[in-house]
Ligand binder design. Structure first.
Ligand code: NAP
Ligand code: HSE
Length: 430
């Protein structure tokens, strides 16, 4: 096929980048694919909006059927966002034998498995590398470069907005709200940044990575998620004084066939490679049984970085069309989902408490932990501004989540503990 025709759904941040790359790199793309990639139609909301890219007016439409029912179009690129309506649009496109490239993690985390099966039934490709960590080819690395390995752990900073906020709160001691506003203005926060800040955006990305790594059908409900709203300047100060940096970390790991997926604020030793990832940058650490440790770093969002991943997927689909194949043989999950119980999840924890500054307090607290067989790596006590009150910060050795939950419950029953102010995971020391 000397020419492959594309329908582009969305001409916003990512869509504009896609058009620019197709135009600016046209010669290289044609050389590598062996076909020209032509945009036939672009679906938008507003036909009259000024566009930051050179396009032909007649490409624009507000009618999705002009793309999904268009016999001339081979591949649909979906970069408009949304879940339910977009899912229906893509289902229709696949039934009409269109291949799909999407950057939409929200859609793929919810409907991805069904869409992948539908695509397979219709001998279509559906590729979504841009949906996790923008310009970092992490999905491509799991499905191609590391395909021969057994992945055991993925640990990553996969949300740029929260990493930007935490970097500014740590390095410049800025407050949460103004930094969030800055992230929105810079264009990497979602339109509704709740999903960034509360960890849902990262959780959706971790679902996609975990499914690919462990070949199970893991859903969003299987992910333990907490965001960064609870992190205070005091938490950051305590963490820093103990030699840690706080990051929002997604973890997906497997042990004895059982999986754990979570997104939580996590303290990392300040020299840990993920602790050094600043601002809106993303990074993903992957541990494979054979390869050992690998690390991927780059821009997790933005017009051209994200569009790079979209267009690379587009090129793969175009090559597949030329070869008369699809790349989706291994879509069906290989294993039944098996999740770890709380007594099988092991981690270190940071606990910060407000306690009575009186004789016997420490003994009562340590008794609670001794009863649960919890021991400590670090302990710090500082006077509080309040009279006869102290703040204690403890870092446990590795304990199970169940031991943590039991200890917390029992601490609440102690008259000397006024409040457990914060409790975060600690990782990266083994
Ligand atoms: P955006 O700037 O808001 O652009 C959305 C585009 O889609 C706009 O052109 C809009 O049309 C069009 N659109 C939206 N809903 C539509 C509908 N119902 N019918 C017709 N057109 C519609 O979004 P974006 O930042 O490019 O993100 C697009 C997708 O990529 C999302 O799934 C996002 O999660 C994902 N993503 C984004 C980034 C990033 O850095 N931005 C990174 C990775 C993944 P108008 O222009 O006419 O309003
Ligand atoms: N809102 C997302 C982020 C954009 O901050 O990482 C990329 O998915």
């Amino acid at each position: 096929m000397s020419q492959v025709n594309v329908g582009l759904c969305g001409l916003g941040t990512v869509g504009t980048g896609v058009v620019k790359i197709l135009q600016n790199h046209a010669d290289e793309i044609k050389y590598k694919v062996g076909s020209e990639l032509n945009i036939k139609k672009i679906l938008v909301h507003d036909l009259n909006k000024a566009r930051d890219v050179a396009i032909s007016r007649e490409w624009l439409t507000t009618d999705p059927d002009e793309l999904v029912n268009n016999a001339d179009i081979d591949i649909i690129i979906e970069v408009m966002g949304g879940i339910e309506d977009t899912n229906l649009l893509l289902e229709k496109a696949i039934r009409n034998k269109k291949h799909i490239v999407t950057a939409n993690k929200d859609l793929m985390a919810v409907h991805g498995q069904k869409l992948l099966k539908l695509a397979k039934e219709n001998q279509c490709d559906i590729l979504y590398d841009a949906s996790v960590a923008g310009g970092i080819p992490i999905i491509r690395s799991l499905t191609e470069g590391l395909a021969s390995d057994k992945i055991q752990k993925i640990m990553g900073i996969v949300n740029g907005t929260t990493n930007y906020i935490l970097t500014k709160m740590t390095d410049e001691e800025l407050a949460f709200e103004p930094v969030l506003k800055e992230a929105q203005e810079l264009g990497f926060a979602e339109a509704d940044p709740t999903s960034d800040v509360d960890g849902l955006d990262a959780a959706r990305k971790m679902v996609l990575l975990a499914n690919l790594a462990f070949k199970m059908e893991i859903g969003l409900d299987d992910v333990e998620v907490s965001g960064i709203r609870t992190i205070s300047q005091e938490d950051i100060t305590f963490a820093t004084s103990l030699g840690y940096t706080i990051k929002l970390i997604g973890i997906a790991s497997i042990h004895n066939g059982k999986v754990e997926v979570s997104v939580e604020p996590t303290l990392l030793p300040k020299e840990h490679p993920l602790a050094l990832v600043k601002n809106e940058f993303n990074a993903v650490y992957v541990y494979g049984e054979a390869v050992g440790e690998t690390m991927f770093y780059g821009p997790g969002a933005g017009s051209l970085p994200t569009a790079t991943a979209v267009v690379s997927d587009l090129m793969d689909v175009a090559k597949n069309i030329r070869l008369g194949i699809t790349g989706n043989e291994y879509i069906t999950p290989q294993y039944e989902k098996q999740l770890k119980e709380d007594n099988e999840k092991y981690m270190q924890y940071f606990l910060r408490m407000e306690v009575d500054d009186a004789a016997g307090t420490f003994q009562k607290i340590t008794n609670v932990f001794t009863d649960e067989n919890v021991s400590f790596a670090k302990i710090l006590q500082l006077p509080s501004d309040k009279e006869k009150i102290a703040e204690i910060v403890m870092i446990t050795h590795k304990i199970s989540k169940q031991q943590l939950l039991n200890s917390r419950e029992n601490l609440k029953g102690l008259d000397v503990v006024n409040e457990i102010i914060s409790c975060y995971r600690v990782d990266g020391e083994d």
